[in-house]
Structures are given as C-alpha cells and as structure tokens.
Design a protein around this ligand. Structure first.
Ligand SMILES: *Cc1c(COP(=O)(O)O)cnc(C)c1O
Length: 391
C-alpha cells in the first residue's frame, strides 16, 4: 500500500521534471506580465488610477459572459460587497455549504448576518439542491412573504453556492429551489474562473458572484478579486461601495455613504490582464493533467480522481483524489506524499467545526464529513505544454 503512494510521488516529480519538493499550486508567469507591470511602474500609475483596472474589468465581464465586473482587493472583499448589494442584512441567515473556505462565512459575518450550513453532494462537492430543499421544508415557514427559520425566528435571505476546486454546482435544480422559496443567490466562484455549467460561466447565475485572484488561484493578480453581476444598477452601487462612495468632483471630497477602500490597484490589474490572456492555455494544461493523473492512479485501488460533473466544464483548479475510507486513512496518505517531496493537503475543516462558527444553525452534514475524511488535493500547477508559448 505504501509502495503505490511512493510510486505516485515519484511519477509526480518526474512529470514536473523536478527533484525538489513539488508545490500544490504555483502561479505561472509566461505571458506579458512583466511588460504590463513595467508599463505601470514607468508611467507612475501603480495605484488607484490607471487604464488596467478598467481594461481588466471589461475583459473579465466579457469572458464570464456577464454585464459587469468590478475588480477589488481580494475575493473575500468581493463576497462581502456581493452579499451587501444583494440585500443581506444584520440578523439574516445565509445558507452555504459547510465544506468551503472560511472566507465564505466571514463575508456573511461582516454584514452581521449568520451562516447556516447545509450539506454537499459527493459528485459535485457543492450544495446538494435536493437535500437543501428537504432541509428548508423541515425548518422553514413563510412569514410576511419571507422564508423564516422556525427554530431561530430569523429570515433566511440568501444561498451561497461555492464551486469547489472549480467543479460547478448543479445549478438548474438549485435555481428552482431558490425560486420556490424566494432566496437570492450569490455565488462564491472564487475557485471557478474558467468553469462553465451548461455552457454558462460560473458566477453569472445569481444576483451577483465573487471571483478571487489570490496567488494560489487559477490566475493571480498578487491579491485580488472581482464582483460579477448582470444588474447595471447593482454594479454601479458595488463600484461606489468599493471606492469609498466618493461623488466625482473636480476637488471636493464628498462621500454619500459609509463605504470601503476595496478598489484593486492598477499594478495588480496589469498582472491580471496578462494572466487572463493565458487562461485558455492554463485550462488546456489542467485538462492534460487530469489524463496524466488518471494514468498514475490506475494501479492504486480504492481511489478515484474527481472529474467534472455532467454538463459542466471544470477549470480543474485543484486536482482531487477521493479515497475509499475503508482502505485508507487520509492522514497516513498525506504523510507519505509529504515525506516523498509532494505537497498534498486535505479539504478544509467543515466550518461548523471551527470556533467562530460552532454555534451556527445547520442541517445534517454527513456527506461533508465523509468527504473530509476522503479528499486529498495533489499538485495542480499547469504543466509547461506545447501551448505554453509566449503570446
Ligand atoms: C480563495 C477563496 C476565497 C477568498 O479569496 P481571497 O482572495 O483569498 O480573499 C473565498 N472563497 C473560496 C471558496 C476561496 O477558495
């Protein structure tokens, strides 16, 4: 058993052509990154003014097939503002998977609202729409036209589906459920730039969506994020809220609400423009990586490589092994891979198990905890393929 994992580690190191340790995910800068960033430095426009922010926003919106994109300082800020413009308020409850990064819950908490955890599907790793509806039927009731949690008395305002490791949530049935119960959808698409459900880009299904361009995501701006929406008015409000709500004027400092300094600096957007040009190649290389890993895992019994759900095209941001828990102990496998120079890691601790969120309302989370014992992420940096030529 140990030998098979040792061989996997050897295969991974050979594939990346490296004797040293292989990272889980590293940024790839092989396009016009230097040129655009240099342009910012030479022109002096590195901060809150400059052409790259507008350009990055335009290109993002066009790629994601939405009317507007607003670039911000990170994905958490994007989620915060997306939830705010969607009308999430103090003492609202917001349904979300327990199997997500803590930022999803933190953004809800910044608004004084309360995360309400639901279970995920073992096929998509995202919210399971059927189980969600059963839960709503069990704990919900309508009061003054709002869905209310009978157990807490709070309004259940919204749902935040998260597209785990880039694999799209089954959106059609989720949209139906949300429609039936009057719930707003805000997508956490932080991991899913380049992922499509039935031909439509993730992040464009709800009232608003959030992307992240942190250093470990499929493209990076150093740090950064974006709000996506098809609603022009909400987009204008999001832009206003992320730029201190300043009213344009030749010299006067006038601000008409309490807002945020969340604007993405020009130098980060310059990096983003170059990275976005490379995205089609990253996606291609990620799919090649799937084929390699399927080959490597063939001799290992009791494992499967997570593949894109039906009707979806995934960006395969992080490659994911699902272990048969009757055969393997997750931490033992992690130890072997780490000892042999391959960075691997488990999925997040389910959020209801974290100190700040242990008291939140929740459904049965059996799939979440099963997956927590089964999932291992393995190195996922795009390989340098034949398409990795300078553009
Ligand atoms: C990365 C990530 C975020 C937050 O993005 P930052 O840019 O790091 O703030 C939010 N949700 C999920 C699921 C993420 O993976």
């Amino acid at each position: 058993m140990i030998r098979e994992w040792f061989e996997l580690a050897e295969n991974i190191k050979k594939m990346y052509g490296s004797e040293g340790a292989i990272a889980l995910h590293e940024p790839t800068f092989d396009g016009k990154e230097m040129e655009y960033v240099n342009d910012c430095i030479q022109s002096g426009w590195v901060s809150s003014v400059g052409k790259y922010v507008n350009e990055f926003e335009k290109q993002l919106a066009s790629y994601a097939g939405v009317k507007r994109a607003i670039a911000v300082v990170n994905g958490t800020a994007a989620l915060h503002i997306a939830l705010k413009i969607a009308g999430v308020k103090e003492q609202d409850e917001v349904l979300m998977p327990a199997l997500t990064f803590i930022a999803t819950a933190n953004a809800v908490s910044y608004l004084g609202a309360v995360p309400h955890f639901v279970d995920v599907s073992t096929l998509t790793l995202g919210i399971d729409p059927d189980k969600l509806e059963k839960h709503i039927i069990q704990i919900g009731q309508f009061k003054d036209g709002h869905l209310v949690n009978r157990l807490t008395g709070r309004i259940i305002r919204a749902v935040v589906p998260m597209h785990t490791f880039g694999h799209p949530v089954d959106m059609d049935p989720l949209l139906d459920v949300c429609d039936r119960y009057g719930l707003v959808i805000i997508e956490d698409a932080a991991e899913s730039l380049g992922s499509f459900y039935k031909g439509k880009h993730t992040g464009g299904f709800g009232l608003a969506g959030a992307l992240s361009f942190n250093g470990n995501k499929i493209i990076t701006t150093g740090g950064g994020g974006a709000i996506l929406t098809n609603d022009e008015q909400l987009a204008d409000h999001a832009k206003h809220l992320t730029t201190t709500a300043k009213i344009p004027h030749k010299w006067d400092y006038r601000h008409d609400e309490i807002a945020y300094n969340y604007r993405m600096p020009n130098i980060n957007a310059a990096l983003g423009c170059a990275q976005l040009e490379r995205l089609p190649y990253f996606l291609e290389e990620k799919k090649n990586l799937v084929k390699k890993y399927q080959e490597f895992l063939k001799p290992i019994k009791g494992v499967r490589l997570l593949t894109e759900p039906e009707s979806s095209s995934s960006n395969y941001w992080l490659q994911t092994i699902i272990l048969d828990e009757d055969i393997y102990n997750r931490d033992d496998v992690l130890e072997i891979l780490l000892k042999n120079g391959v960075q691997a890691r488990p999925v997040w601790t389910p959020l209801d198990g974290l100190l700040p969120y242990s008291g939140c309302p929740k459904d049965d989370l059996s799939n979440t905890y099963l997956l927590n014992r089964q999932i291992i992420n393995i190195p996922s940096t795009p390989l340098k393929g034949e398409h990795n030529v300078k553009t």
